[in-house]
Ligand binder design. Structure first.
Ligand SMILES: [Zn+2]
Length: 336
């Protein structure tokens, strides 16, 4: 186990806007959101938290979203619910952490395209087509075959573009991801995906997938899961290796941070027992480690040590995802 430094020892991000595109609490209405504070202490201004994935239907997801929204509003911590980009910048000035949500599958829609607007209005700012396996929208990265985005998946992309929810193709199979990237009219993202040329894992993405994402104007969030970075390696150097490769491939304007930090690894163990969505390799070997928020400032320092200009570091640590939000997010229904 890597010792986790406190924020005081590790410092805070110095980039103007820190953005974490994906982290995970136990996806349960009763989960306590207070630990998200660690990101504020690490100098992050916007944090996207997962509110549902493949095992969660519409009912379960609505319970989680409703409970966490209420907790954010009532919290004694300086948390602010996501709304518009300008309000997010104002909240940052007040030293607050803006919390938004992401979905890691289209199953929480319950087959209803109309739920996309509802989730958006409740703070969900991005959604995956599918999670590891096959669903109504397409095929996952661990599915035995991939016939690409389905007609439902195409309708989902179209509605997400209309509503202003960011299309996310992490966890998707090759063809499904490429279909969605071709289909979208707005910048799309790999919220949390590493480079397969650096570490060969089915969950990581190929060079052409990264290029197709960048071509939409989108961003690839580098993932902090030990087994996707390398041999369960959550070092700053491992993160920097994937960033270096991605920057070389698609340019510094298309790389960001989506660490997938898991706050409760006991809960994760229970999720990984689900053989429908996780291959056996996820359950064998020692428990995987996760790159913690306290390592973001040391990562920023490491990028400077490697010779990255300050503007590029600022873009990678948050500016790029902020640009995508400016381009894609729209006002909620009823206020347009
Ligand atoms: Zn994920």
């Amino acid at each position: 186990m890597t010792a986790i430094p406190t924020a005081g020892e590790a410092g805070r991000l110095t980039s103007p806007f820190g953005w974490e595109q994906h982290c995970c609490l136990p996806v349960q209405a009763e989960a306590d959101i207070a630990p998200l504070r660690r990101y504020l202490d690490a100098g992050v201004s916007y944090l996207s938290v997962n509110v549902g994935f493949a095992p969660h239907d519409l009912d379960a997801t609505m319970r989680v979203v409703s409970s966490w929204r209420r907790q954010i509003v009532l919290s004694s911590e300086p948390f602010t619910l996501v709304s518009a980009v300008e309000e997010m910048l104002a909240a940052r000035q007040q030293g607050r952490l803006v919390v938004g949500f992401d979905l890691e599958d289209t199953n929480p829609l319950g087959g209803e395209i109309a739920m996309i607007q509802t989730y958006y209005d409740l703070g969900v700012r991005s959604m995956l087509m599918t999670y590891n396996t096959e669903n109504l929208a397409g095929f996952g990265c661990h599915a035995p075959q991939d016939r690409g985005l389905t007609s439902f998946g195409r309708a989902v992309v179209e509605e997400m573009n209309r509503v202003g929810m960011v299309v996310d193709v992490s966890h998707c199979g090759y063809r499904t991801s490429m279909d969605a990237l071709e289909r979208t009219d707005s910048p799309a993202i790999f919220s949390h995906s590493n480079m397969r040329s650096v570490w060969d894992h089915e969950r990581n993405i190929g060079d052409d997938q990264a290029r197709a994402c960048a071509a939409t104007g989108g961003v690839i969030g580098i993932n902090g899961v030990g087994i996707f970075l390398g041999d369960n390696d959550i070092s700053v150097a491992a993160m920097a290796r994937h960033i270096d490769y991605a920057v070389e491939l698609v340019g510094p304007q298309h790389v960001g941070i989506g660490t997938d930090y898991v706050f409760d690894t006991n809960d994760l163990g229970l999720e990984l027992a689900n053989s429908q969505i996780f291959p056996a390799s996820y359950r064998s070997g020692p428990q995987t480690d996760f790159f913690p928020p306290e390592q973001l400032a040391p990562l920023e320092t490491e990028l400077a040590r490697r010779g990255y200009p300050a503007d590029d570091i600022a873009a990678i640590m948050g500016g790029n995802f902020l640009r995508v939000a400016r381009e894609v997010w729209k006002p909620p229904a009823g206020s347009r």
